[in-house]
Write a protein that binds this ligand. Structure first.
Ligand code: GAP
Length: 498
């Protein structure tokens, strides 16, 4: 049994976050004018920008940033035999149980039968109501019959493995990455974006020759480690370095330790706080049908510690199954002529919506002084990179502001705003996480310069219009410090409700 389902010190509840996301154009219940549909969400104007930024950052870090990785974009619907071979048709299901008290249906994992209680009311589940519930959506395909909507992106990587390895001339060890939609007929979608029926995954299958050790260095980062052994003995997780968890044999392979640290670093480099992460090993009766060993990267969400990313060691399960079912060899020939069936030593599998929640939870902050929410999103994730305003509606200022806006939008998603007081325009942008506001004022025409205000500190610098693009490039990439990017100036606009 999982212990320590402690609540985070909640700054906001998940329902408050959902309301905020709707109000600020990030996420809406899908088809809301018809009452919505549980587990389906639409991303609004700010949500789609942030989600695209997040996926691009993931791809930059995991694919472009490495020379052992390539990518694919597989189909959502594929030959149903794929899902027979993968074991999903036989095993991809949950147990549906009805709560005796609130009568709501709920999902539990097979190993939780007789142990779990209703997450809504704490009631006991009626064990006589327990039945298997298949989690794959089915659909019709032309006149050919039915097919499944993919419940994970991973299988497309396995079935395309030989072609990809050959075409991208990959040599072991290497990974194949994919970002795309996945669908699960969840019995009880819950906690806003946390458990949806339609979502996106960012997945990597990392293939090795099973004889090979990890050539990459495991760094110095520390994390709470919650091994199966600690959970069995009802002990608390222990803080240690990833590399020490491997050296002590808690994490079985150096590869697994290395990738767990990489995933932790991806989140923390983009502004999530390290203390809200831990890694938890799956217990024996909890592992998926394909997994030799699984560690989850968990996050301390407003509703407790929950799986953010699963990282299974799938060994040669999938390639072997596809060899068997398709009668196609999945082995590859190494440079020394040796034939090898690669092993997936780990599969970092991340849900986009859960990552979105993490960055939102980490960024959300009600600023008492400013009397508005400030969304401290990393500039790389922020939906709008800069807002441009004329300080008042003066023809010259409007003209220059519009010129700047038109020039900047060639490179970034920026907005022009001349409605309401400047204070209100600042707070509107704080709330959607715009890192920089550019103001054209009475001196701009003469000095050919503008003011840039930084969201997090409200400090302001004066910058020449001619330098603006370069300055912004440096600020958004994190290469330039704000104070060094221009001349610091007195704040002209009083912060707070204007
Ligand atoms: N290919 C392995 C796999 O799919 P998983 O643990 O079932 O493993 C991986 O899913 C990740 O996908 C999860 O850690 C989570 O981030 C995301 N995910 C899974 N089911 C989800 C759901 N119903 N709603 C949102 N995200 C989900």
């Amino acid at each position: 049994m999982k212990k320590e389902e402690k609540k985070a010190a909640p700054v906001l509840t998940i329902d408050e976050l959902a309301t905020f996301c709707k109000r600020k154009g990030f996420v809406y219940p899908s088809g809301e004018i018809y009452g919505g549909l549980a587990g389906f969400w639409d991303f609004g104007p700010n949500g789609v920008e942030m989600k695209n930024n997040l996926k691009r950052e993931w791809w930059m870090f995991h694919v472009y940033g490495r020379d052992d990785m390539t990518g694919i974009d597989g189909a959502i619907i594929t030959n149903p035999k794929v899902w027979e071979a993968s074991g999903h048709v036989a095993s991809f299901s949950d147990i549906l149980v009805i709560c005796k008290k609130c009568k709501k249906p709920n999902k539990i994992d097979k190993h939780e039968l007789g142990k779990a209680r209703c997450p809504d009311c704490g009631g006991e589940f009626d064990s006589s109501s327990a039945r298997e519930f298949k989690s794959m959506f089915r659909t019709d395909v032309g006149t050919e019959g039915f097919a499944y909507l993919r419940p994970e992106t991973a299988q497309l990587i396995f079935v395309d493995f030989k072609a990809v390895q050959n075409d991208a001339r990959m040599k072991l060890p290497f990974g194949i990455a994919q970002v795309g939609k996945a669908f699960r007929n969840e019995i009880a979608p819950r906690d806003f974006l946390f458990r949806c029926r339609e979502f996106e995954q960012m997945e990597i299958e990392y293939f090795i020759d099973p004889k090979e050790n990890c050539p990459y260095e495991i760094g110095e980062s520390e994390i709470l480690v919650y091994s199966a052994d600690l959970q069995e003995r009802s002990k608390e997780p222990v803080k240690m370095k990833f590399k020490d968890a491997f050296k002590k044999g808690i994490i079985k392979t150096d590869w697994h330790a290395y990738w767990l640290e990489q995933e932790f670093l991806w989140f923390t480099n983009l502004g999530a706080k390290a203390e809200n992460f831990r890694i938890r090993q799956h217990m024996k009766d909890e592992k998926s049908h394909y997994a030799l060993d699984t560690w989850d990267l968990e996050y301390n969400f407003p509703f407790g510690w929950k799986e953010l990313q699963g990282m299974a060691n799938r060994a040669d399960f999938d390639l072997k199954q596809h060899e068997k079912f398709s009668k196609t060899s999945m082995s590859i020939t190494k440079d020394n002529g040796e034939k090898v069936l690669p092993n997936v030593v780990c599969e970092p599998s991340q849900g986009v919506e859960r990552a979105f929640l993490v960055f939102m939870c980490a960024a959300y902050d009600y600023d008492k002084k400013r009397e508005n929410v400030v969304l401290h999103l990393h500039p790389k994730l922020a939906p709008v990179k800069a807002a441009i305003f004329p300080i008042v509606k003066d023809d010259k200022m409007i003209k220059l502001s519009e010129e700047i806006y038109k020039d900047l939008r060639r490179e970034w998603n920026v907005l022009y705003d001349d409605s309401g007081s400047v204070g209100r325009r600042y707070s509107r942008n704080d709330e959607i996480g715009t890192p920089y506001c550019i103001t054209v004022d009475t001196d701009s025409d003469k000095g050919k310069d503008v003011t840039i205000r930084e969201r997090d500190t409200t400090k302001q610098i004066r910058v020449k219009v001619a330098d603006l693009k370069n300055v912004l490039r440096g600020l958004l990439s994190g290469e330039t410090k704000f104070e060094k990017a221009g001349k610091l100036v007195e704040t002209r606009v009083k912060e707070g409700k204007a």
